[in-house]
Design a protein around this ligand. Structure first.
Ligand SMILES: C[S@@+](CC[C@H](N)C(=O)[O-])C[C@H]1O[C@@H](n2cnc3c(N)ncnc32)[C@H](O)[C@@H]1O
Length: 279
């Protein structure tokens, strides 16, 4: 059999597997990037000593635990506090002065993973004196990771890096003011999450969140194909108030999206955009 026929058959097996997941559990990975899904499923295949992608189909259908494992495999949860510190620095310098002009703010972190991004933003808002007038929505489609976000408990050995990021991001105090150390972990202080609503939301299938002043969706769209990226961009456009800010990850772009012309670039390198006001 030719190499390209094998690849086409394997792709068919993957598509049938994703179809089974969608029909049985409602999670839609059919528009994730092919390279990403193949890589992650190949990894699972080797760990489970399986020969073909199609062997996973009966297992996802009949073993819920196996499906949960596949869900974890397909949703990369890598994150950190003040990830790309220069991004947060630009938020302080460029975005905060605009946000300050609103009496009440709504901020949405879509694909928030274990919450480090959300706590980072809450610390920044606290230091800028804005936290008291914010409602923050923190969403992810993976309920296990969302539960971790709510807990806000992180391994102590990561804190040195988080603290260094915090300072590079323009932090005005010390990160240690925002957590309590417990054994080998740090627990983020309760007051940080007072304005945060953690909830399940799937960017591939769920609808808009109304009238947001800022949306952060960083390092999520890279896993989606062009059509799904476009759907999500339209969702964000509809969820933002005029003049609202959209923040993407460094490797992400809105260039090919149908709403690109309705945004202006605020910071090109940091991927901060602003929804244009209608004239
Ligand atoms: C690499 S993490 C990024 C976390 C954080 N935004 C950051 O930049 O550090 C990607 C997150 O997107 C979530 N995700 C993937 N597909 C999603 C979808 N369709 N809807 C909502 N969240 C999704 C994953 O569960 C994961 O937590």
């Amino acid at each position: 059999m030719k190499q390209q026929d094998i690849a086409a058959d394997e792709q068919l097996e993957i598509e049938l597997l994703l179809e089974a997941i969608h029909r049985k559990y409602g999670y839609d990975f059919r528009q994730y990037s092919q390279a990403h899904t193949r890589r992650r499923l190949e990894h699972r295949l080797h760990l489970e000593n399986m020969g073909k992608f199609s062997e996973m189909i009966p297992r996802v259908i009949y073993e819920e635990e196996f499906f949960t494992q596949i869900l974890l495999d397909l949703s990369i949860n890598t994150t950190e506090m003040f990830r790309d510190p220069w991004f947060y620095k630009r938020i302080r310098e460029v975005v905060i002065p605009h946000l300050r002009t609103y009496p009440f703010l709504k901020i949405w972190h879509a694909g928030c993973s274990a919450g480090q991004e959300v706590y980072s933003m809450c610390i920044l808002l606290e230091e800028e004196g804005l936290k008291g007038r914010c409602q923050v929505y923190a969403t992810d489609f993976n309920d296990r990771i969302l539960a971790k976000a709510k807990d806000g408990i992180y391994p102590m050995d990561l804190v040195r890096e988080y603290s260094s990021n915090y300072l590079k991001a323009g932090g005005t105090g010390s990160l240690s003011e925002y957590y309590v150390a417990e054994y080998n972990n740090v627990v983020m202080k309760r007051f940080l999450k007072e304005q945060v609503l953690f909830s399940s939301h799937n960017l591939a299938t769920d609808g808009v969140f109304g009238e947001m002043h800022m949306i952060c969706c960083r390092n999520v769209l890279i896993y989606f194909n062009r059509d799904l990226q476009n759907r999500v961009m339209e969702l964000f456009y509809d969820s933002l108030c005029p003049g609202g800010f959209l923040c993407l990850g460094t490797k992400e772009s809105m260039k090919f999206s149908s709403v690109a012309d309705n945004f202006e670039v605020v910071c090109g390198k940091e991927k901060i955009f602003r929804k244009k006001r209608r004239r």
